[in-house]
Each structure stands twice: as C-alpha cells, then as structure tokens.
Design a protein around this ligand. Structure first.
Ligand SMILES: Cc1cc2nc3c(=O)[nH]c(=O)nc-3n(C[C@H](O)[C@H](O)[C@H](O)COP(=O)(O)OP(=O)(O)OC[C@H]3O[C@@H](n4cnc5c(N)ncnc54)[C@H](O)[C@@H]3O)c2cc1C
Length: 351
C-alpha cells in the first residue's frame, strides 16, 4: 500500500466534496473520484434551499450544517436570516407544530397576499421560520475547492468502483486498473452501490420572474418526505436564489420524460403562482435524489466489509444536511469519537 492514499472517496457531490475536505484538513491523504464533473448530480441540480428537515433525527445535522455554511466562503454565501417558508394549500391543513422553534403561524386572505403578493388568491399557508436559498451548485463547488486547498486530489472524468478482496476494501478500479487506498467511502449519491439506496427523480423548472416570491414556497404535505411517506408524483415548490426561481418538483422512482413533466410541474405550480402563465421557462434541472429505505442518511462503516464506509441517502435534503453528515463520517474514519447516532448509522442496513 506504499504511496496509496489513506482514503478514496467515490462521488463529487456535496457529500463527497465536504467529506474529502474534512479528511484532508485533518491531515489524511485523500483522492476523490468523480466520473463527470463536480456537482454533476443532484448537488448541482437541486432547488437550492437549506431548511429545517421536519424530522427530529435530522435536526442536529441541519443545525451543524448551518455552522459549516456560515464559514464556508469560496463563492458560497449563506443568507444570514431565513426568508421564511410558506407551506401553502387550498384548504387549511393541521398545524405543523412538532417543531415550535419554527414558530408556525397560520396566514390567509389579505394577510397572506400582503406577506407574499406572488401567491394566487384563495390560498392559505403556515409560515415557518426557516429557509435559506442558495444557488444549486455553490456548496459542493466551495467544498471541492476547500478539499483541494487542503491537499486532496480531485480526479474528475472517470468512474471508480470499490474493490473488495477477502472481506476488505483495498481501493478502487478505474477502467480495470486497481488503485489502492487505505479505506474507501461511497458517496456516489443515487449511484451508491448498496441495495438500500435507490433513486427518487426530481425535476425543477427555472424562471426569471419580475416579481419573484419572497419566501420559500412548498405545497403542504412535502414534510412527509423525511417521514418515509409516499408522496404524489408532483408537489409545488418555489425557491428563489440570485434572481432565479426554481419551480418544482417531482418525485418518481424512474427517470421521467423531462418535457412532459415540465408541463405538469408548471400546470400544477400555476395554481399557486399565476404569474407563471405565459412566461417562458429559462431551463430545467433534473436528477435523482439518493433515497434510503427509511428516508434517512446512511453514515459510517458498512457492516461485514472492513475499510468500506458510506455517506449517502440524503434524499430531498442533501444540501441541508450533507456537510454535518460528512464531518461525522470523517471523524469516525479518523478514529475520533464517533457521534453518528444509531438512527443514521449504516450498520442498520443489511445489504
Ligand atoms: C430536483 C431536486 C431538488 C432538490 N432540492 C433540494 C433542496 O432544495 N435542498 C436540499 O437540501 N436538497 C435538495 N435536493 C436533494 C439534494 O440535491 C441531494 O440530497 C444531494 O445533492 C445529494 O448529494 P450527494 O453528494 O449524496 O449525491 P450527488 O450530488 O448525486 O453526487 C454524487 C456524485 O457521484 C458521481 N458518481 C456516481 N457514480 C460514480 C462513480 N462510479 N465514480 C465516480 N463518481 C461517481 C456522480 O457523477 C455525482 O456527481 C434536491 C434534489 C433534487 C433532484
């Protein structure tokens, strides 16, 4: 193993890039393998909101990630205060009161129109004190730069696959050639090769609107995402960062027909944002989210294979949670005190 890096990280999204940065900053030698480009996957094609995850098991990851983002820099800026999240619906929905720190407030009628003039008439909403919009790829790119500055090698352009020999990960193969490493971490998003991770495809449509929504807008029910609930295939959302509104979104196990789905997303969204009518979209972001069986991330060593770990399964909230997950996996790999809770430990899966 002489000359081999301590760690090979597979995947250059928010999770792989932040993991490579934390490992390299601790003095480890790291090679990150990304087959296409940094942030080529969901980490460059998301809606772009850092928000409360509506799951008590994930709140610590969210709060710690905010801290990482506050000091990240390198082209990334976290809005100091949340812009507020409106959970909108046509009929009143039960109070989202599980997290009182979000200060849920019911708004409707003239009050809602004054708060968010972009919304259609006749809607009601719960306002929650969360939601910081960020451009979709900014976080992953900033962490990639930070990893590079700390001495990590970012090898971009070829797919890498883990090699397991005699119950131990010995490195990766690229085009059939073996590249040794002390340990291998799988952070390849929905392409992470373990049975418990599957793709949940999402599409958002980009608009430049003269009167863009001020809040993050989400259709009531979207909070079921982190509760492992099956959602309808299209749910309205709108996130505006640097003048571009990402209008979404979809949730399907198979890769969708982008054009047909765009029409459906826009038709659904126009019920909430009438100003979309007649405006040409500027572009589309489509990708799969990495979703685990219970909807929560899988972090740390994989059972039964020595030297093989995983950091994936962040589903709909990987930008929100990714940096804190990576910091925890990095600490465990570096032999520091582990603070991966059992509810998120990879040991809970079998295959
Ligand atoms: C439409 C949409 C909207 C979203 N909105 C939000 C949001 O507003 N807020 C939020 O927090 N989250 C959001 N998410 C979720 C978030 O984007 C993901 O959870 C997160 O980006 C996953 O990061 P990752 O690093 O695990 O995976 P990815 O970003 O998918 O990165 C994995 C990388 O691995 C690479 N790779 C795959 N196989 C190999 C291989 N064999 N060798 C080398 N490289 C490989 C891929 O090219 C890719 O770059 C959204 C997702 C989608 C799709």
């Amino acid at each position: 193993m002489s000359g081999a890096p301590d760690f090979a990280v597979i995947g250059g999204g928010i999770v792989g890039c932040s993991l490579a940065a934390f490992l390299a900053e601790a003095g480890a030698s790291v090679v990150l393998y990304e087959r296409e480009a940094i942030a080529a996957g969901a980490s460059g094609r998301n809606s772009g909101v850092v928000q409360h995850p509506f799951d008590a098991a994930l709140v610590d990851l969210y709060e710690e990630s905010l801290e990482h983002y506050r000091t990240l820099g390198r082209g990334f800026t976290l809005p100091e205060d949340p812009v507020g999240l409106l959970l909108v619906s046509e009929e009143p929905t039960p109070a989202p009161d599980e997290f009182p720190e979000l200060k849920p407030a019911f708004v409707g009628g003239a009050e809602l129109r004054a708060l968010e003039p972009a919304l259609a008439e006749g809607l009601v909403a719960w306002r929650l004190e969360t939601g910081r919009p960020v451009p979709p790829a900014a976080a992953a790119k900033a962490f990639a730069l930070r990893a590079h500055e700390a001495g990590a090698t970012l090898q971009v352009g070829q797919a890498a696959h883990p090699v397991v020999e005699g119950g131990r990960a010995t490195g990766v193969t690229i085009d059939g050639a073996h590249h040794a490493a002390g340990a291998v971490v799988l952070a390849a998003g929905p392409w992470t090769p373990v049975e418990s991770i599957s793709p949940l495809w999402g599409v958002v449509v980009e608009y430049e609107l003269p009167d863009a929504p001020r809040h993050v807008l989400e259709e009531a029910g979207i909070d079921g995402l982190t509760k492992g609930q099956k959602l309808s295939s299209v749910l309205f959302s709108a996130v505006t960062a640097r003048g571009i509104s990402a209008i979404g979104s979809s949730f399907t196990p198979d890769e969708p027909d982008g054009e047909a789905l765009t029409r459906e997303i826009v038709r659904n969204a126009t019920r909430f944002l009438p100003a979309l009518e007649g405006v040409e979209p500027g572009g589309m972001r489509a990708c799969a989210r990495p979703i685990s069986e219970d909807g929560r991330p899988l972090l740390g060593p994989l059972p039964e294979v020595e030297g093989l770990a995983i950091a994936s399964g962040h589903g709909a909230w990987g930008i929100t949670l990714g940096p804190a997950s990576s910091r925890r996996v990095a600490d465990q790999l570096l032999g520091r005190r582990s603070d991966i809770p059992p509810a998120l430990a990879a040991e809970r899966i079998s295959g």
